[in-house]
Design a binder for this molecule. Structure first.
Ligand SMILES: [Zn+2]
Length: 145
């Protein structure tokens, strides 16, 4: 199916997204906890130690954990980004449509409906009837059919 209709995404797009959705939160939590542990250890260590003995391990845990946390969050965004974008689009589209309509750049609903009509065309003036059951031309009154 993907071979018949290749989209703009990667070949393993779906698998990659599933992986990001599952692994992203886990990595973010692990990184966050590691970072928090390093930070707390750093604070308790620094309370009763002079600065000659910097708690390098705790600092490394804090920094490294934060980086892992950021990677996990990025994976979450990658995995759930489409949902967020779709939601934002669903929220913004009606507003955008109303805004465009207000500026007069888009046809009103009535005009759009008229363009979708499948009624017959008038022999005399060429106006299209709003629906198939129309008996007379709405523009010039000529009988249709
Ligand atoms: Zn007509």
């Amino acid at each position: 199916m993907d071979d018949q209709y290749p989209g703009p995404g990667l070949p393993q797009q779906a698998q990659l997204r599933t992986f990001f959705r599952l692994a992203g939160p886990v990595i973010a939590v692990v990184g966050g906890l590691t970072s928090a542990y390093g930070f707390i250890s750093f604070l308790t260590f620094g309370a009763d130690a002079d600065f000659d003995a910097m708690p390098v391990t705790e600092m490394a845990l804090f920094m490294g954990g934060f980086i892992v946390f950021a990677i996990g969050m990025a994976m979450c965004r990658a995995g759930y980004g489409a949902i967020a974008a779709r939601y934002a689009s669903g929220e913004l589209s009606p507003v955008l449509r109303d805004s465009l309509r207000h500026t007069g750049l888009t046809p009103s609903d009535r005009q759009t409906q008229a363009q979708r009509t499948d009624g017959p065309y008038c022999r005399e003036c060429g106006t299209q009837a709003p629906d198939r059951s129309a008996k007379f031309c709405g523009s010039c009154g000529t009988g249709l059919g």
